[in-house]
Ligand binder design. Structure first.
Ligand code: IPD
Length: 262
């Protein structure tokens, strides 16, 4: 596991350095993905290519799932789950909350995760059963926070029909919590929760490459991560908070039937 974490961290650092160094000269190269606001830069693809090359050079049989390139088949029971830039819109606008996210999954279970936030000089790491760290210092999420006092982060998808429902949900949540944050990177949001910078997080529509590594950081820092009504976290829904607040937030969200798009 230590080897996986070290390799993932080395690669995430190299990709982050490359992105930081090249960002100003290449930020104009934009193409559209599922809608005009879903921007994918040339650097997003370059970052994923770099990560795939480095992983396969070290572990040629492993499988890789990346946001840009999809799933690459392989012989081993190890799968790397990669988001070359989570928070693409922040990246594009020069805001600091974007990350390179790399998780290592063995037989379906994430065992190691790295979230590199280069513009903040912060690298979050986690190893299953061993803990979560920010630049090497151990992390614990906030505990004992009641919902009414909770700082809750969330995010919104790129599609209009999804955003309409997400807007209704956040309108219901906002008067019942301390405040809402929309950071723009699911991976950074979950790591912020692990570091006690927010108390809770929820979102519909995030993908394994967004939450695989950061989800391990959050749970190893003491948080509970799951879906609605006892289901595991999935692209359909994610809720994350310390036990107690998790249930309170879940019970506020679930009756809203938020796993739908209009
Ligand atoms: C997005 C970010 C954002 C979340 C979106 C994601 P991307 O990922 O994580 O915070 O709200 O749902 O799609 O497109 O920047 O990799």
């Amino acid at each position: 596991m230590t080897d996986f974490l070290t390799l993932a961290e080395d690669i995430a650092r190299e990709a982050g350095d490359m992105l930081l160094a090249k960002r100003p000269t290449m930020s104009g190269e934009i193409e559209t993905k599922s809608s005009p606001t879903d921007v994918v830069t040339t650097l997003d693809k370059a970052s994923e290519e770099l990560i795939r090359e480095r992983v396969l050079a070290a572990r040629p049989d492993d499988r890789i799932l990346g946001e840009e390139g999809g799933e690459e088949p392989g012989e081993s029971d190890v799968r790397w789950i990669v988001d070359p830039i989570d928070g693409t819109v922040n990246f594009l606008y020069g805001l600091p909350d974007w990350a390179v996210s790399i998780a290592v999954e063995v037989r379906g279970e994430v065992v190691a995760g790295v979230v590199n936030v280069p513009a903040r000089g912060e690298v979050f790491t986690a190893a299953r059963g061993r803990g979560a760290w920010l630049n090497g210092s151990p992390l614990r999420c906030n505990t004992g926070v009641p919902l009414a006092q909770a700082l809750v982060s969330t995010g919104f998808g790129y599609l209009k029909g999804r955003r309409e429902v997400q807007g209704q949900v956040v309108a219901h949540v906002l008067p019942r919590v301390r405040d809402i944050r929309r950071g723009g990177s699911c991976a950074v949001d979950l790591c912020s929760l692990a570091a006690g910078r927010v108390d809770a997080y929820y979102e519909r529509g995030i993908n394994p490459w967004d939450y695989a590594a950061a989800g391990l950081v959050a749970t190893e820092a003491g948080a509970r991560l799951g879906g609605l009504n006892g289901r595991p976290v999935s692209p359909s829904y994610a809720v994350c908070a310390a036990p107690g607040l998790f249930e309170e937030l879940h019970d506020l969200l679930a009756p809203l039937d938020p796993e739908r798009d209009s």
